[in-house]
Write a protein that binds this ligand. Sequence first.
Ligand SMILES: Cc1cc2nc3c(=O)[nH]c(=O)nc-3n(C[C@H](O)[C@H](O)[C@H](O)COP(=O)(O)OP(=O)(O)OC[C@H]3O[C@@H](n4cnc5c(N)ncnc54)[C@H](O)[C@@H]3O)c2cc1C
Length: 557
Amino acid sequence: MPKPTIVVVDDSPTVLHQLEHDLQRKYRDRFRIFEATSCQQAINQLQQMNVQNELVAAFLVDAQMPEMQGSDFLKVARALYPKAKCILLTTYEDSRATIQAINTSLIDYYIMKPWEPPEIHLYPALDDLLADWQAFYETSLIQLRLVGHRWSPQMHEIGDFLARNRIPYQWLYIENSSEANQVLAQLNLSQKNLPVVVCPDGSYLIRPSLVQLAEKIHLKTHAEQPFYDLIIIGSGPAGLAAGVYGASEGLHTLLIEQEASGGQAGTSSRIENYLGFPTGLSGNDLACRAVIQAKRFGAEIITPQKATKVRLDGQYRCVELSDGTELRCHVLVLACGVSYRRLDVSGIEHLTGKGVYYGGSITEAMACIDENVYIVGGANSAGQAAIYFAKYARHVTMLVRADSLAKDMSRYLIDQIASTNNIEVKTSTRVIAVQGKQHLESITIINDITQEGQTLPATALFIYIGAEPHTSWLKSVVQMDEKGFIVTGSDLVHEGQVPKGWLLNREPFHLETSVPGTFAVGDVRHGSVKRIAASVGEGSMAVMFVHRYLENSALRA
Ligand SMILES: Cc1cc2nc3c(=O)[nH]c(=O)nc-3n(C[C@H](O)[C@H](O)[C@H](O)COP(=O)(O)OP(=O)(O)OC[C@H]3O[C@@H](n4cnc5c(N)ncnc54)[C@H](O)[C@@H]3O)c2cc1C
């Protein structure tokens, strides 16, 4: 198999020569470098390589080529190699064109000319992008096949779990795929065995539980030790940040995650406002990076395991897991986040997972090719989903209760929605019922201003509303507000009075709950900002107070 190629296009022979030299110096062992002085020359070569199934890892293209803009070249190149990393070579004067390319999601990065010294201005960014491409490429080689019914909730749950844990797989619907029927026949199975997960080595699982599936795909499902300095419940951005800081500062750290690392952020198709990623990144990418970082420092992450109970035993905190195991620690960080509120309308329970989904855009988008998709919600997550679905669906309708998107959505998303032809926004509109026998067939909506009702045919309704904290299991443990968000720090102190049962002669630290040595961070915390950066900030900061708590406990002991 030939090495994957890095394609470099610049009309200046001097720049091209320098770039080729720098790339060869660092990457020649792993990649082939192909250089072209014209876009057309590069396109001809790419078409040939594509026919021969050769791999391309990255394009580095001058922003201002004489015959076409670098960004126009990248559109053609991306159609042939959708996963290759796209990098524009720019000058300070080209920055407007570069920003436009970023806004239209066309490029992954830009590098300013000249890039001397490459050790600072070229290699670090390229290393990162090539590692990302390599990770995608390696996982794409171990593709699982998921065979089942299109409207099976279990099929959806398995697909969602695989996608969110970054395991590539292929959906095969028994209703419309001859391959699905062939696979069943080869395995001597019938439709009553569905869904079935078939591994590349030919082994398979019939209607697996998520834990069985996790074990099959080599996720870590059990803790190595019974005791940790720090246990973090939830591995969304807040939990992962606490994990990175805790482990990097020498604490023996465990993260417990019930679904998939990355939390809500991991379900985002494109995060554009997280500092340091000017071209945006997918939630999956962010989660993947954070997981690697936490593990590199020695944090353990177990998935899928749900924390079901917490109790105190002297100076220790004990956490019971869904499989009955009990783990102990000095300090506990609750980073359990929130999930979408359930939509309480007639018919919805029966159709959840059969056309009605809470979140789930990345997983389901491919199943909605050329269909009409309805999205409920008017905040950023709904906006991102609409933009993502619009790439696959025929038409996307946003059903927004408020009278304008501006109430809850960031301006950059409102602008993107306005410029996407196949997204329609119906404001002052609510879903009041959903109908269907085996799966969703229609929805009934009402306009709150005109009171006009309509029943529309629909097969896909995605709900992105509200925020319900994952705290029902903590009710008798820590103090919460009336909506179930965990109260921390100075919010626990009223007129100088510490919370009931608080026995220490100090007030709770910032982010500390009503139970000493138990902290809450991120979206689950009362008064939190509900943004990735804020959650990461709180998770990181909490570790400082964890140390302070441990020092104080040691002093008292
Ligand atoms: C689709 C979408 C797009 C978004 N886009 C953006 C964006 O572009 N920019 C931005 O700033 N913000 C965005 N947000 C908001 C952002 O993702 C959240 O603010 C952030 O993820 C909160 O992080 P967290 O770690 O506090 O909680 P979460 O991300 O909710 O993570 C909590 C984790 O805890 C786990 N958990 C819960 N209970 C238990 C238990 N008992 N046992 C074990 N594990 C448990 C959950 O499974 C989950 O993985 C978006 C949100 C969504 C849903």
